[in-house]
Design a binder for this molecule. Structure first.
Ligand SMILES: [Zn+2]
Length: 270
């Protein structure tokens, strides 16, 4: 069994800037899951990115309203009868608000929704900002885990997630990338010291993934890849990591990382 806790679909209508992708067809994700025998995946839509990679706000007429994107995403995960996919709703705190319509949508589609996704860097808001607090209050209310992009850019820094994890002890926070473009040490220490913070393997060097599992415990790290940001063969890079995890740790520890943690934290039944 292999579960990817971090994948994307979606089509962005504005120029996204350097080192970003704007078109991730759902068919490509389904093809990738099939090709690499991934049993289950959590998916969010990149359509909720509010800023481009230069830090410019996307033109309002080119932004896709979060609810419109969420409706399409839930429909996408339903195409497979909800068996192999569940949605993470990527919230847009800069341009939109938590509304009664959003809460009603979550209530009506709860069985297809595993959690929320928050991306401080692409929302251009510090994670400790009040606007994220409002979203986290909603996460608490619906008992939804929160997948957060982490990167030391003054917006998505692991220390900010640590601060919010203290303020919201009932929420499980999954720090994806464990501090992108860092040596991951700060993120690993935070995950080790904070009960309700977890990390994922996405864009993390293999030796650092192994170190994170040893230091934080196998129940704190989740397999995640950003598929299909690097195409259908995004997984080609990650299969050696899966083998390394299975060869380094006991069966139980390896299973925690490659599927059990995701099932437990996001309440996924496969
Ligand atoms: Zn991602």
């Amino acid at each position: 069994m292999l579960i990817d806790s971090h994948t994307h679909i979606g089509t962005i209508l504005y120029p996204v800037g350097k080192n970003r992708v704007s078109d991730l067809p759902g068919e490509d994700l389904l093809a990738a899951l099939q090709k690499y025998s991934i049993d289950f995946a959590l998916v969010s839509s990149i359509e909720s990115a509010e800023f481009d990679s230069e830090g410019q706000l996307a033109p309002p007429e080119k932004q896709i309203p979060q609810l419109e994107s969420f409706r399409r995403l839930v429909q996408f995960v339903q195409t497979d009868g909800g068996i192999s996919l569940k949605a993470l709703l990527w919230i847009k705190p800069y341009t939109e608000k938590v509304t009664p319509e959003l809460e009603q949508f979550i209530t009506e589609n709860r069985e297809y929704i595993a959690g929320l996704k928050m991306h401080p860097s692409l929302s251009n808001i510090k994670f400790i900002d009040d606007r994220f607090c409002t979203c986290l209050e909603m996460a608490s209310k619906f008992k939804l885990p929160v997948q957060v992009h982490t990167e030391n850019d003054g917006l998505a820094d692991p220390v900010y997630i640590a601060e919010m994890a203290v303020r919201f002890p009932g929420i499980s926070f999954i720090m994806v990338h464990m501090g992108l473009n860092t040596d991951n040490d700060e993120a690993i220490n935070i995950i080790k010291d904070t009960d309700n913070i977890y990390g994922d393997t996405c864009e993390v060097k293999s030796e650092k993934v192994i170190e994170a599992i040893i230091k934080c415990g196998s129940e704190k790290i989740l397999f995640g890849t950003d598929a299909v940001v690097n195409g259908i063969d995004t997984y080609a890079k990650y299969m050696p990591l899966v083998d390394l995890i299975r060869n380094t740790f006991s069966k139980e520890e390896a299973e925690n990382v490659v599927f059990r943690n995701c099932m437990r934290i996001y309440k996924v039944m496969v």
